[in-house]
Ligand binder design. Structure first.
Ligand code: SF4
Length: 401
């Protein structure tokens, strides 16, 4: 499929919208009440620090809603204003945040259900409005919705589109796109749908395995089994790794994406020689600023003396998980929660340890004076961060009462 031509024709269609509808003023009030916080502003103005009683909160200097998410949420709200009577659907959570998604449900914006691993688009009719989320949608989904005669409101973040453009460039040069990401993450599924040939690597370890295969060859069957869900149909590691381009899920750990890029650059240089590098390797900077800023702020924060970290964000939000990884690496007790209500009474917290299911930790707030680091992922509104901080203060006050 000529994905470039399809996108071009879609963009010219009168059923396709990728900007707001001029209702910014109407939605500004809702956005402010639902998502902004005066307490957070106060903490920001006070050098990202607030002490109340025995608790000092240290907020990361970059956290929470990124502009891509704020833009997507505002466009979704405007969509409701613009199409007051039409049925409105979203192909997926618009962003990974439970409170935002609940607000949308309250506005009668419906989510396409996933049944047996497949989205059920049979509920969508011609004339319905369908919103594509901030992390995009696959070309096949866009085509299906277009064929059905839906009105498409595309909130895909421009950073994600930038990665898709890189993948188009890989394709033009007959390169396989090596995507640093999670093969089943919606953004990576969408990105891979633009590629002819692709391979998704989760981390540096997987990238090293591929690099080793490129240089030394290896067990083809083992390779195909290892990446069975993470490569394009008919992928042949003996032929399809001669020319590679690097792409990424925008919310992966920046340092790891860079390491993977450098690794493949070195690999292709070793295999084909420095003078042939440009024929075998393509890389463009597609790491999103917001992800980078939040990770850098977290790296600064964990340099300080913290008794514990609270990381707030949806449980399936990649960028939140990566923030959690940073504090775990520094051996700081770290609790990943998605809303303030996870902080239960009696010094208990329901949280999600890295790579495991939700669990309840007891006595998570140490006695005496404490410094609590707080950050949140790119899809978390400030209001949720405020509620969490207030709850920490409240729990600590109860513990010493
Ligand atoms: S994290 Fe980056 S890529 Fe993702 S929506 Fe925000 S600005 Fe866009």
């Amino acid at each position: 499929m000529d994905t470039k031509a399809f996108k071009r024709s879609l963009q010219q269609s009168e059923n396709y919208h990728r900007k707001g509808f001029g209702h910014e003023a109407e939605v500004a009030g809702v956005m402010q009440t639902a998502y902004q916080s005066s307490l957070i502003q106060q903490i920001r103005d006070n050098n990202y620090r607030l002490t109340r009683g025995p608790v000092t909160i240290r907020l990361a200097e970059a956290f929470g809603f990124c502009w891509g998410v704020e833009r997507a949420v505002a466009i979704a709200y405007e969509t409701r204003q613009h199409f007051p009577t039409e049925r409105i659907w979203i192909t997926n959570e618009i962003i990974h945040n439970p409170s935002v998604n609940q607000h949308l449900r309250d506005m009668e914006v419906n989510f396409i259900a996933v049944e047996k691993g497949q989205k059920n688009f049979s509920v969508v009719d011609a004339g319905d409005v369908v919103i594509l989320p901030a992390f995009g949608a696959s070309v096949q989904e866009m085509q299906l919705l277009n064929d059905k005669g839906c009105k498409i409101v595309d909130t895909t973040c421009p950073w994600v589109s930038k990665v898709w453009n890189s993948v188009e460039k890989h394709k033009k040069k007959d390169c396989t796109s090596i995507i640093h990401g999670k093969y089943n993450h919606e953004e990576t599924v969408a990105t891979s749908s633009f590629a002819n040939k692709y391979l998704v690597v989760l981390n540096l370890q997987e990238a090293e395995y591929v690099s080793n295969y490129i240089i030394n060859g290896g067990d083809r069957a083992e390779f195909l089994a290892k990446f069975s869900k993470a490569c394009s149909a008919g992928f042949d590691p003996d032929k399809d790794l001669e020319r590679v381009g690097i792409a990424n899920q925008t919310t992966m750990l920046k340092s790891e994406t860079e390491q993977i890029g450098k690794l493949f650059e070195r690999t292709m240089m070793r295999k084909f020689g420095p003078d042939k590098l440009n024929e075998h390797f393509l890389s463009f900077n597609t790491i999103c600023d917001a992800t980078q800023e939040r990770q850098d702020a977290m790296l600064n924060l964990v340099e300080e003396e913290l008794d514990l970290m609270v990381v707030i964000g949806g449980f399936n939000s990649s960028n939140t998980t990566h923030l959690q990884e940073i504090s775990i690496e520094r051996k700081i007790p770290s609790y990943h929660i998605d809303c303030a209500e996870r902080i239960l009474s009696g010094n208990r917290i329901e949280h999600k340890p890295l790579g495991s299911d939700l669990t309840i930790a007891q006595n998570w707030l140490p006695e005496g004076e404490i410094v609590v680091g707080v950050t949140s992922g790119a899809s978390t509104p400030d209001k949720v961060v405020e509620d969490t901080i207030e709850r920490i203060f409240e729990m600590k006050a109860l513990a010493i009462a």
